[in-house]
Design a protein around this ligand. Structure first.
Ligand code: DAT
Ligand code: MG
Length: 169
């Protein structure tokens, strides 16, 4: 009963609805190998975003090909899949207001040569083919990617104690 009242309230509360946007981030094998997992996660925690799901896994070629299906015709596709399949990755779901757009800003551009200092790619990597982190580029692709990498029951519903200090309303 309380859950359905909360769900109903959220439908009529734009601020709450916006706060519930989710993105899919994945630390790539180079982030794991270089010991950057903690540092990168810390950036999203410190920003105020909320971690909803996280795994540590060695992704199959099949899953990676599905994840990057839109890029299948590009010449770099085989090397992209090989790189992504070369070691463990850390897929995650993060939640927060405008987290998809802000997440992309925090990542920096696809080619690190254009990524501003202060961004993850700007600070930690040099080449496009070793750009250490994936982030969804739109709300729709985030939803698709979250569904590809996580079962619904793996997404943890929880209220952050910092919520009212991160959001004014
Ligand atoms: P992003 O990861 O910034 O969303 P994307 O979706 O266009 O970029 O491409 C996915 C990944 O594919 C990217 O992180 C690295 C690789 N990639 C993209 N363009 C490339 C290129 N021109 N050469 C080599 N790898 C590339
Ligand atoms: Mg992309």
């Amino acid at each position: 009963m309380i859950c359905s009242l909360l769900a109903l309230f959220s439908l009529f509360s734009p601020a709450m609805a916006a706060a519930r946007e989710r993105t899919f981030l994945m630390l790539k094998p180079d982030a794991v190998q270089r010991g950057l997992v903690g540092k990168i996660i810390q950036r999203f925690e410190e920003k105020g975003f909320k971690l909803v799901a996280m795994k540590y896994m060695w992704a199959s070629e099949e899953l990676l090909k599905q994840h990057y299906a839109d890029l299948a015709t590009y010449p770099f596709f085989p090397s992209l899949i090989k790189y992504m399949n070369s070691g463990p990755v850390v897929p995650m779901v993060w939640e927060g207001q405008n987290v998809v757009k802000t997440g992309r800003v925090m990542l920096g551009t696809t080619n690190p040569v254009d990524s501003a200092p202060g961004t993850i790619r700007g600070d930690y990597c040099i080449q496009t083919g070793r750009n250490i982190i994936h982030g969804s580029d739109a709300v729709e692709s985030a939803q698709k990617e979250i569904a590809l990498w996580f079962k619904p029951e793996e997404l943890v519903a929880w209220q952050s104690a910092a919520n009212s200090w991160v959001y004014e309303d």
